[in-house]
Design a protein around this ligand. Structure first.
Ligand SMILES: Cc1cc2nc3c(=O)[nH]c(=O)nc-3n(C[C@H](O)[C@H](O)[C@H](O)COP(=O)(O)O)c2cc1C
Length: 134
């Protein structure tokens, strides 16, 4: 099974989650920072997992840019799953979260969303990840 995990991460917390997910799913899963992946080259992947930190209720600008460039014919019918990292304070919820927005973007282009967008929680802006998240 060809698995690709694409992540963005400012302080390293989302990268840790991306590596944990990729490592747990398949020995040969490819795990790449969003800047290392050509958005037009996503053909032939069985499972695409995308994750980003939540910033202002959205994925990071680099991830938003990547999602805009992902093409509909490449994504149509592809199995996809999404995750984010976020702070658990209730007030930030009014802005929304990255994982849901990533999922909506991929679904709009025909991606087959396998799971609900998955949150992982950090203690504060720079982390660390809350206990148990990894
Ligand atoms: C500019 C900025 C905006 C943020 N906005 C939110 C937000 O709207 N909601 C939230 O839950 N966390 C927010 N955070 C906290 C981030 O989600 C947190 O920094 C991130 O999960 C850490 O992941 P990383 O180490 O991979 O960058 C924000 C952080 C930054 C730096």
């Amino acid at each position: 099974m060809r698995v690709l995990v694409v992540y963005d991460s400012v302080y390293g917390n989302t990268e840790q989650i991306a590596r944990a997910i990729g490592g747990a799913i398949a020995n040969d899963a490819k795990i790449f920072h969003v800047k290392e992946v050509e958005p037009s080259g996503l053909k032939g992947i069985d499972l695409l997992i995308i994750g980003a930190p939540t910033q202002g209720g959205r994925p990071t600008p680099a991830m938003q840019d990547f999602l805009k460039k992902v093409s509909e014919p490449d994504i149509r019918g592809m199995n996809v799953a999404t995750f984010d990292t976020r702070i658990s304070a209730k007030w930030v919820g009014i802005f929304g979260y990255a994982a849901g927005r990533i999922a909506r973007s991929l679904k709009k282009k025909g991606g087959n969303l396998l799971l609900n967008p998955e949150p992982f929680f950090v203690e504060g802006t720079r982390g660390p990840l809350k206990e148990g998240e990894l």
